[in-house]
Write a protein that binds this ligand. Sequence first.
Ligand code: HEC
Length: 465
Amino acid sequence: MNMQTKPHYLITKKFLPLAALLSASTGAFAQSAEAPTYYGEALYALSRNCAECHRPEGPNLGGVQAPFSVLNFDEAKIWSPLISLRLKDGSMPPWGAHQQHQGTFKNERYISDEDKQLLIDWVEAGSLEGDAEDQPSTHELVLSAPANEPTLAPDGSMWWMGVPDATVAFADPIQVCEEASDWQPTILMHRTGGDLSKHQWAQASEIRPGGPTMHHGTSNYLGVAVPGRGPQVYPDGWGFLLPADPFITLNMHYAKQSGTGTAVEDNTVGGFLFYEPGDVIDYVVQNTIPMNTDIVIPPGDPNYMATHEHTIEEDILLLALAPHSHYRGKAVKIDLELPGVDELETLLWVPDYDFNWQFHYEYHEPRLLPAGAKMHVTWWFDNSAENLANPDPTAEVRYGPRSSDEMMNARYYYTKAEPQGIVVGDPIPESLLAQARRTEQYYRRQQANWETENVSELCGPQVAP
Ligand code: HEC
């Protein structure tokens, strides 16, 4: 099994003679010996903070891909005004959790003040190249492999989690016609490889988006594919049950402009990594979505606040938090109240929620929450015209599935705190099977409730997915 590890970048930097800096200098700070250069300093900071995504063949993050490589001077220079802008406005590197959580969640992305300032200085000094001849002898750039190198399956497909044991795909590509703008079909994906005819315990799943218009895809088993999320890979001994079933349900959400030339085809595929007979599953991963569906956001309101509470029924290990709202979502805070403790503890504070980046805040160490613990969830929404993402500041907005509706969900992933000691290959407890099937059926039934556009009317008869 090809597990994910956190990437690390190592660059060794030799002393750059002053003369080399001066001779390479152009731009505003041309005469300054201190102007940072690409090969001198900037590449170092860019590699550490940006190259995880901004590299040749960068990872597809739920439908978006970084538009340039920072490992190439010419590209970095062309993009440098925007690099400076995005560093200043804090939108790059992308990460939502407040600095107070530094060290808490996996794959966190905080840039140090020094690196940030250095890159801004590099741009302002004219994005100087420095001494290119020293590369690569000056810089030994090691981008460690498995985390962000896709694995090539024998059929030619690429997977970030490793070569899947089973794969699923649409029977035919989904055609999202010109007229559609906000379509949420429920699609049964078919087996294209591996064995789904018997119950399987899975350790990892991955959705490979197959079209540019995806807003998100949600599946009981495949997880959630939204911008900013990679594959879902659990630690050894953690997994989820995939009951025998010829189909895997995927609730897709296609959001795009309607009109001439906007039609697209989607070929999303999914894959799983299975445990082998004899492996032991101690922790069966489940997720739940506490939400408040009673929100009514007045037109133009720049700071509508809504809350809800959620009580933990039995001792659990909290694995990850994945809050979700739409374009008007502005900030979210999840506070924890432990039984008998007066003071609340902030589990997660996202001060600047960005719909385009829906992160999965996964703990380094799963967090034990005792029965009776309570989550206090607070969301803030900006329904004013100041919010540039707002589709309609004049609308009164309620909870709903369309992108133009809102949500205030606080999905979290957890397991029972007690190790289960389930041996793969042994009979599966009936209660676990029943529960897995119930959840899958829930996703399968979403079609009736969540179809927001009559796409057959808009696009003509659809091939039954
Ligand atoms: C987790 C992956 C990731 C990391 C890390 C990351 N970026 Fe990005 N970046 C992206 C993606 C994806 C896009 C394209 C976003 C889109 O199309 O909506 C992007 C877009 C950009 C853009 C273009 C923005 C625009 O306004 O058009 C700039 C500039 C940028 N990134 C700079 C940086 C810099 C500088 C760093 C490091 C300090 C960085 N990024 C780190 C993924 C990343």
